[in-house]
Structure formats: C-alpha cells, structure tokens
Design a protein around this ligand. Structure first.
Ligand code: FAD
Length: 411
C-alpha cells in the first residue's frame, strides 16, 4: 500500500495558514457530506465557515427503504431534517447546485454563487431507469417515492411471479437487493402466500456481493436457495417489454413476470459530468487514501467522497477482473471523516496524516428478525477480505441501533 501513500501538499499548506478564515463548502448532505461537515466543525474554531448545500431538506437512511416498502416504517421514521443532523455552527443551504467552476473556486446554485477555499463533493448518484429500454415501467425500492409506491402493491400481491432485476453495476449497497428478496419472502410467508408467490433475482453480476469474495457470494446464494428464491446470475438485459411482461436477455432467454422490481441503473449527477470531473468509468477518480481530486486546477483543495467516486482496489480475485470499492453509506461516512481531518490539518498549517483504510461493514437482514454483519477490508492484498458471523437477532439489534444513530439530532 505504501506505493500510493499521499504526500502533504506544501503549496496548499502555506496559502491557507496565511490567508485567514477558511471557507469550506460541502456539496451534498448525505452520509458523506454530513460526516465531513460535523467532523470539521468539531476540529475547527468557529472563525472558519463550514457550509453544506443540498437540494432536499430531509436525509433518509437508505437501509430503511426496505422497511418502507414492506410497510414496517413510515418515511418520517427513516428520515430527519438535515439542519437537525448537522452540528451547531454548520450552515445549511437548501438549493440545487447548477454548476461547478474549479478554476474560479466557485459553485453556482439556484440561490446564487458561492466561493470556497476547500471543496468537498459528496453528491451521490442519480438513478435512471430509462437507461435500459422499457425499464421505466418497473417498480423500485431504491428511492423513497418508489418504496412508498410499492407498499400497497406488495400488500395486495396474492399470487404470481416477482422478478427483482439488477441490470447494471455499480449500484449502492450491493447487499440491498438480496436483503430485499429475503425480507420479501418472509413478508409473503407471514401472510401464507409463499406457495402462490414466486420470487426470483436476475442480475448482471456473476455472484451476489462479488467484491466481498466467493465465500460471501456462496453465503447469500445459499440463503436465497433455502428460501426457494430463484437466482439467475450473468443476465444482461436487452429490454423490458411491459406489454407482454417479459424481460429479454442477451443470451436469448427471457423472464416472465407479474410484478417487476429493479435496482435502477446509477449514474453520477449531471453537474459533476458537465464540470468534466468524471473518469472513463463515469465516476470521479480520486486518490484512494486521501480522496483528493487530482486536477491541475484543484491545488490540493478539492475532495470527492462517497457514491460519486470510483475507488479502484489494489487486490482482485481473478487476474482479469479489476474491483472497485462498494458504494455504501459507511464508506462515504468514513471518507468524509478522513477528508475533514485532512482539511482541518491544512487549515491549521500542519501536515495532513489521516487516510482512508478501505474498511467498512454492512448489515444484511436475513428475514425472521435476524441479520448478519459483514465486515470488509477492501484494500487488503492479494484480494479484499470480508468476514461475517452467523445471522442473529443481536446483529439485527445492532443494525437498528446503527440506523437510529444516524437519525439522532445534533442540535
Ligand atoms: C435500499 C438501500 C439500502 C441501503 N443500505 C445501506 C446500508 O445498510 N449500509 C450502508 O452503508 N449503505 C446503505 N445504502 C447505501 C447508502 O444509502 C449510500 O451509499 C449513501 O447514501 C451514499 O452516501 P453519499 O454521501 O455518497 O451520497 P448521498 O447520501 O446519496 O447524498 C448525496 C446528496 O447530494 C444531493 N445532491 C445531488 N445532486 C445535487 C444537486 N445538483 N444539487 C443539490 N444537491 C444535490 C442529494 O440530494 C443527496 O442528498 C443503501 C442504499 C439503498 C438504496
């Protein structure tokens, strides 16, 4: 790993220390943006300005969207106002970000222009079902609106085929569709519908949670099989025909459905694209340890964190298949904390030492009031390492506590 260890940016160090109060702008108030802002506020005196911009006033915990679709929680119960989640002394501007101008150190929003000394881009992803022909007709639990629309549909679904389609990678929380399938099966079993409802997952992936390694994939496959959930890997979608209710794949096969659910294709937000910040993979390339954007105009002052980035992993399971860090809230959060520590050091005129270690975890609910916590070390060599315990109600309690912690008021 030492080959990619960062060097302190002496230029940025000198200029910030000498130039008075710093203006730090954080674009996006999700997992990453909130963590960066709150960590910075704790590390820097009030003379330095820390502001978060987001178009939406409420923060939703992604992990609660399956509960929303199943009618177990309301939208209000899985969300909180961003102003309440930000530490006192962090400014919040609710506005759409329209343009990023790195050379001019300026961000254009619907509410006007803002200048910055340090910029953190934490704008997440946008989801575009239109990216696959015909997929617009599918339901999804990946958005709040989609999960709310699904609730009455699932409540009334008494018999037939449900296809859960994963047409593209990468997508956020690689555990989420498999968790959703297990929870759905449990939902139908509780309502005595498991004999009349058949659930199948069709995915472009070779295995579930592939970055976690073959053992993790096998664990999920076995959990699906135990619940009689169909699993069809390496299925690339050609189109969805909403009239005949069929998904057509490149291998000539098709899946018939009565209810189609999907993980929508993910993309970087348009404002990042038009700023020319995207790499060939369609995400912002960053230094994996410092989350700094390497561009001639960023001068060590621009960082990107979370889902909007692509972080290539040093290890791999197969020589010809490169891997990227999974997109997840825990990753965005840790990266936000690292970036905050680096910016605070630069503002204070010291060498930044904090680095992202590629570690993270996720909770996979397995149905029947149990969950399993999987812990990953994604920078490990020769390949990422993921370990897990046996599913238990205790790990579900840990997940509930994790969600509650992210909705706890800071002011
Ligand atoms: C069903 C589901 C389950 C999940 N479960 C888990 C889990 O158990 N654990 C976990 O760690 N992760 C989970 N995730 C993933 C997690 O939600 C994301 O990885 C996380 O939100 C990424 O954080 P982020 O800060 O990068 O982006 P986000 O949290 O998406 O924040 C980006 C913000 O930028 C704002 N924004 C974007 N464009 C603009 C613009 N032009 N102007 C103004 N504002 C803008 C958006 O409004 C948004 O608030 C789950 C996701 C889903 C969908």
């Amino acid at each position: 790993m030492s080959a990619i260890l960062p060097q302190p940016n002496e230029d940025a160090l000198k200029t910030v220390k000498d130039s008075g109060p710093a203006n730090i702008l954080i674009l996006g108030g999700g997992f990453g943006g909130i963590a960066a802002a709150n960590t910075l506020r704790r590390l820097l005196p009030a003379v330095h300005t820390i502001a978060v911009i987001d178009q939406a006033p409420r923060f939703y915990v992604g992990a609660g969207k399956t509960w929303l679709m199943l009618g177990e929680r309301t939208g209000a119960e899985i969300s909180a106002e961003r102003t309440v989640l930000l530490e006192p002394g962090v400014e919040f501007l609710q506005s759409e970000i329209l343009q990023l101008d790195l050379p001019a150190r300026c961000v254009v929003t619907a509410a006007g222009q803002l200048r910055w000394d340090f910029l953190v881009i934490a704008l997440g992803t946008v989801m575009r079902q239109e990216a696959v022909p015909g997929l617009a007709c599918a339901h999804t639990f990946y958005t709040v609106e989609g999960a709310e629309r699904l609730r009455p549909v699932l409540a009334d679904f008494a018999q037939g085929e449900i296809v859960l389609l994963i047409p593209k990678t990468p997508y956020k929380c690689p555990a989420a569709p498999y968790e959703a399938a297990l929870l759905l099966q449990h939902f139908f079993a509780e309502r005595s519908r498991s004999r009349t409802v058949q659930l199948s997952v069709y995915t472009v992936e070779g295995a579930p949670m592939a970055t976690g390694g073959p053992a993790m994939g096998a664990f999920v496959r076995e959990a699906l099989a135990r619940q009689s959930i169909g699993f069809f890997p390496q299925k690339t979608v050609v189109r969805v025909d909403g009239q005949t209710r069929r998904v057509e794949f490149t291998d000539g096969t098709a899946a018939a459905y009565d209810l189609l659910m999907c993980v929508p294709p993910h993309e970087a937000p348009a404002v990042v694209r038009s700023a020319g910040l995207l790499g060939p993979a369609g995400w912002i390339p960053v230094d994996p340890l410092t989350m700094e954007i390497k561009s001639p105009t960023s001068a060590g002052r621009v960082f990107a964190i979370g889902d909007v980035t692509a972080v290539p992993l040093p290890g791999r399971f197969k020589p010809d298949a490169g891997l990227s860090l999974p997109k997840a809230g825990v990753m965005a959060e840790t990266q936000g904390e690292v970036v905050a520590q680096r910016i605070a050091a630069l503002v204070n005129g010291t060498a930044p030492v904090a680095t992202f270690d590629g570690r993270g975890y996720c909770f996979l609910e397995t149905g029947g009031d149990t969950a399993v916590k999987a812990e990953g070390s994604f920078f490990a060599l020769p390949h990422p390492v993921m370990t897990k315990q046996t599913p238990s109600s205790g790990q579900l309690a840990d997940k509930l506590a994790w969600v509650a912690r992210h909705l706890a008021p800071r002011r």
